[in-house]
Design a protein around this ligand. Sequence first.
Ligand code: KG4
Ligand code: ZN
Length: 334
Amino acid sequence: MSLHVVLGIETSCDETSCALVLNGREILSNIVASQDAVHAPYGGIVPELASRSHIEKIHSIVEEALKKANLSLREVDGIAVTSGPGLMGSLIVGLSYAKALAYALNIPFCGVNHLEAHLHAIFLERSLPYPFIGLLVSGGHTSLYDVRGVGDTPILGTTRDDAAGEAFDKVAKILGLGYPGGRKIDELSQMGNPAAHSFPRPFLEEENFDFSFSGLKTAVLNRVNRLEHALTDQEISDLSASFQEAVVETLLQRSLKALEKKQVQRLVVAGGVAANSRLRSVFETAGCERGIEVFFPSLKLCTDNAAMVATLGHQVLSFGRRDSWDLGAFASGR
Ligand code: KG4
Ligand code: ZN
């Protein structure tokens, strides 16, 4: 049976998503339902509420994706679903739904790694050869990978504490900007001075590829506490810009080091924080100066979505891998 249309399902965190992708490349539909409004009152994701919201929405999101793609279930050739890492309750909703659908339709299904899916989102828009260095920067992860092929992505380094997106969200909370705050910091930074505060750039001198952002977040908190008054709009913008500059510079220096060590000239930046406008311009400039090709998925494909799951799933299923009905979900991993 030839594999043309793959239906992808993503429920690893707080987005319920379903996509239909043709031949691993062409997005026929990619519906993403955000739970931001559910979690905003708590200033962070509440796992129990995330699972409940997934189970309520998953069926209508799949129906919407099929309708937008103008396809019926009978025209789907395979199913790919995120099996981890992520929130266990959330993962189980998508995985169970995907298994039931594949069983009923009698078509192949596979579980894919969410992080590997982020690193492969770029294939929906560009063709590029392996190997490349992958920088994954999201709310839950900040890691560098040596991406050699599907299922062959050794990790080079990771964060020892907060993920970059988590740091953006926590600093946004400190500055009273609401949740999730990454995009807000990005917007306000455009009015701020990145040199207004000199925040730490952790680990830049060390001989490894690890990151650490929790000290940076504390440095912002201490600076805010020392100001001892309600922050003005300009102060918020300056703090945002200075914090953002420290994150972007740290991510860039680590990535350049990995490219040099592995003697690779291609870098793919993926995950929610890859939507950051300062990060994009700084990385692009550095790439041009050094003859390195830097690839960013478009904004919609940077954040959690099922199209990236479907494109990776297409590759996995095309290799002939099939997962069995007892495939489990995993909460943590690379
Ligand atoms: O990949 P993602 O959608 O979800 C996972 O964490 O898996 O990433 C979400 C993260 C959040 O922390 C959010 O604040 C951050 O990405 N983010 C941004 C921007 N847009 C989203 N951070 C900085 N600048 C942005 N423009
Ligand atoms: Zn993600």
